[in-house]
Structures are given as C-alpha cells and as structure tokens.
Design a protein. Structure first.
Length: 278
C-alpha cells in the first residue's frame, strides 16, 4: 500500500513540475506582464486593477470610449505620466521580467527601450535627416557613418526612404501629414527600442495615409512589440493580434482580436464594438 501511495505522490509531483515548466514557458513568451495595476491622478483613480500579458512581436490594440483610461495606460509603459504632478500607482508592469517602477530603474533607458509616437505628428523644426538622427546624437553617438547608415535604415523600416531619399536635408515640415507621422516612427526606431507605443497614430490622416501606416505596423511587428490606442474599431480589427477593451478605467475584456470582434464574452463589449454606445 505504501509503495502505491508513494508512486501516486511521485506522479502528482511530476505533474505539478510539468505544469510549472509549461507555465514558465508561457511566461517566457511574454514580452510584458501587467499585474494588479492601479493608477491615480491625485485622488481620482484612472485605472483599476489591470492584469494582462502581451506577447512578443504582436500588436495589442487598446479600445474603449473617451475617458476610459486608454492613453493613460499606454503612457504607463514608458512612464510618461511621471511628468504629471500628483500621480501615483500600485502593482507592476514588467518588461522582460523587470518591473519598470523599481526605484533604481533608469527612466531614460526605459524610454529609449520603449519608443512612442503620438496622435498628432510632431516633427522637430529641423531637416528630415536631423529629425531621425536626433535621438542618436543626444545619446552620445558621434560616428558620422554610423549615424548616416542608421538614419537610412530607420527611414527604410518606416517605409519612407524611397519617398524622401533625395531631400533628406529639407525641412521635415515640407512632408505631408502621413509622411510626417512615418518620420516620427522612424525617429522612434532609430534608437532601437524593443517596444513601440502608438497613440492613435492615424487619427489625423486621410484614408490613403492611414493605409500606409497600417501596412507599416504590420511589417514592424516582425521586429517590435507594438501597443496601439485607437478609436477606430475597423482599424483595431485590421491590425491588432490582441485587443483590450477598457471602460471607466477597468479592463473589461482582453483576448485574441478575432474573438473580441466576433464572439466577445461580455455583452458590454459587444455593445461597444457594434456601436450601441461610445
């Protein structure tokens, strides 16, 4: 009897070990882990107990009505909210296993690793070349050949090189709106981030320019992990691998995009994506 019990106990321990290995393997596939995350603007709570994981080389879309916490959440990943007086947070956001809110973390390094492109294109009042080279230079890189090669690579990665290669030293403001937004993406890519944050990057663009940005995002996820905020349901469905639906600061539902848009688990999600509110 003791032998049988010992065998069963060993079998159970073996199963538990295997489950732990599988769990660790699954965690290792994740680029970003968000656990029990709360965010406050002084006494007002903007994000409530958010927990989710983001896989490497995927696009996660964040959707929800205005004021639901989308942009606040996005700006947490590179601690852009730190510049706002009176903010505080609880919980963890880990990138590659490192909690970005650790006291000894270098925020400059974090923002180099987590690039951001804003809703409105914001090229610097410099030439196209200097816009892309800016991040390299402020990080102390002086090798001119390296800078030239990196600028070209970044512009190629942003699908802009062919359109502007003969006018690199003209003003960035001479570009169209869609080109300016891709220039801002190239500027973010030049410092070689691992994560790219996009805050409604196509909201001010016409349909043709929007299509180019969406095609670019599809290509960029081969090299980067991308998080995008968008109000456009069709855009979220087209470009996101996973979608997070927020409402009043709460993560209502998070799943594979196809499931969110075809078989959401919650009625409030269905009501939002079908346009019943928002």
């Amino acid at each position: 009897m003791n032998i049988i019990l010992e065998k069963k106990e060993k079998d159970v321990q073996g199963v538990l070990r295997q489950e732990k290995v599988i769990e660790n393997m699954e965690r290792n596939k994740m680029k970003i882990l968000v656990k029990n995350f709360n965010f406050y603007y002084e006494s007002a709570q903007a994000l409530k107990d958010v927990t989710l994981n983001i896989r490497e080389h995927t696009v996660m879309g964040i959707i929800g009505p205005s004021g639901c916490g989308k942009s606040t959440f996005l700006r947490c990943f590179n601690r852009m909210n730190d510049t706002i007086p009176g903010i505080r947070y609880e919980g963890e956001i880990c990138i590659e296993g490192n909690n970005i809110f650790e006291k000894n973390l270098d925020v400059v390094d974090l923002r180099r690793n987590v690039g951001m492109v804003f809703q409105k294109s914001n090229p610097f009042p410099k030439s196209i070349f200097e816009n892309v080279a800016y991040g390299l230079k402020i990080n102390g890189i002086k090798d001119k050949n390296f800078i030239v090669n990196k600028v070209e690579k970044s512009l190629r990665d942003a699908a802009l090189w062919a359109e502007i290669k003969d006018r690199l030293h003209t003003s960035a403001f001479s570009l169209s709106g869609g080109q300016q937004q891709r220039l801002c993406i190239a500027r973010a890519l030049a410092v070689e981030p691992e994560v790219l944050l996009l805050d409604e990057p196509a909201s001010a663009l016409d349909p043709v320019a929007t299509a180019k940005v969406e095609e670019l995002i599809h290509e960029l996820k081969k090299k980067y992990t991308i998080i995008i905020v968008t109000h456009n349901m069709q855009q979220a469905a087209r470009i996101s691998d996973y979608t997070a639906f927020f409402m009043m600061g709460e993560l209502i539902e998070y799943d594979v995009t196809n499931k969110i848009f075809t078989k959401p688990r919650k009625k409030i999600t269905e009501d939002y994506i079908t346009g019943r509110f928002g």
